[in-house]
Design a protein around this ligand. Structure first.
Ligand code: ACO
Length: 322
């Protein structure tokens, strides 16, 4: 039966670079604090003219070009985002319109930093069921609009960006997937939407900003990510040593160190671009995947694990053969 193979990748980040020194002029922080606690040196921040959909569209066009697939061939587009520009239409529909994917179903998935893995695993379900053959999976976020830029405990962590992958139903590709969620711990990483406000309440809707209990998120990631990696690898009958790369959601370098230690896997197998982009939420995994793909890091048959974790709380992993 058919599985899911990534046949092209693309990514896009805003031009504007914001360094740790730039942020030290905005809030009481320092390059040293940010680098040593997170591994981040700089991030990209979107301009007023560009939003989540613009970045998603750029990444999508690049991925289609790279795959040599035309937009008309797409059966499905899933955009993973927690910072869509509109409540509706969805960002996926905006991408569909911009690229001219006239035959594709299109919708967004909200699973925060696990979003790309959730979206990829969802397309995989459609492929395995024989419903669709060609898809576009995008992770795109502009968390810069959800951040309280006076809150040093969160504003130093995030950046904006998008990454995309064109996928096709083929005989080799995804070997196994896992996904999970624990909504009871949702409060540790939260961003309110519009509050209720109407003629009855006499209130105008208000918008929320992101809040985070950093240490709880760290503990969650350090425990749950190794578990989900173990599951996705072991349940597929693969040995941990066979995995060439573990492409993790890029949240914090210290989280990688803790996961690598727990799994007894050398740090070289955990590639990172966190220093240049910070945490771009749903976009981190596909941006890194695209960079590595274009650098020729993947050979046919390589086994790779993608692992996401984030607000919800949510987590997910994908084991694939390149
Ligand atoms: N600059 C300087 N000082 C700071 C900053 C900052 N940017 N932010 C916080 N501090 C201060 C705090 O106020 C505190 O000061 P105090 O001791 O006087 O009260 C001190 O630094 C220590 O704060 P902690 O929160 O205990 O710092 P910690 O060592 O836990 O590091 C961090 C914070 C980096 C956020 C860490 O908890 C972490 O990495 N958590 C994981 C969270 C994460 O990666 N979230 C990403 C989003 S979630 C996701 O993508 C899944």
């Amino acid at each position: 039966f058919m599985t899911t193979r990534i046949i092209g990748t693309g990514s896009a980040v805003p031009e504007q670079v914001v360094t740790n020194e730039d942020l030290a002029r905005l809030v009481d922080t320092s390059d040293e604090w940010i680098r040593t606690r997170t591994g981040i040196k700089e991030r990209r921040i979107a301009s007023a003219e560009s939003g989540t959909s613009d970045l998603a569209i750029q990444a999508a066009k690049e991925a289609l070009n790279h795959a040599g697939v035309s937009a008309e061939e797409l059966d499905i587009i899933i955009l993973a985002t927690s910072s869509a520009d509109c409540c509706f239409p969805s960002g996926a529909c905006e991408v569909q319109a911009a690229i001219g994917a006239l035959h594709a179903a299109a919708f967004d998935i909200s699973a925060a930093c696990s979003g790309f893995v959730y979206a990829l695993n969802t397309v995989h379900g459609f492929f395995k069921a024989g419903i669709y053959q060609t898809g576009l999976v995008i992770g795109a976020d502009t968390l810069s609009k959800l951040i309280d830029w006076n809150d040093r405990s969160t504003c130093v962590l995030f950046g904006d960006g998008a990454g995309a992958a064109v996928v096709r139903a083929e005989e080799k590709g995804i070997l196994h997937t896992v996904m999970g969620a624990d909504g009871t711990r949702g409060k540790v990483l939260e961003c309110g939407g519009r509050t209720t406000g109407n003629f009855l309440t006499g209130k105008k809707p208000e918008l929320g900003y992101m809040t985070m209990d950093g240490q709880e998120v760290f503990k969650f990631a350090a425990k749950t990510v190794p578990e989900s990696i173990k599951r996705v690898v072991e349940e597929s009958g693969t040995a941990m040593e066979e995995i060439k790369y573990f492409i993790l959601h890029q949240a914090n370098y210290r989280i990688f160190e803790s996961i690598a230690k727990r799994l007894k896997i050398p740090m070289e197998k955990f590639p990172t671009n966190l220093d240049r982009y910070g945490n771009t939420s749903g976009a981190t995994i596909p941006i890194l995947l695209d960079e590595m793909n274009r650098e020729g890091k993947f050979q046919r048959g390589d086994k790779i694990v993608l692992a996401g974790f984030g607000a919800g709380l949510t987590w997910g992993a994908t084991l694939l053969e390149w």
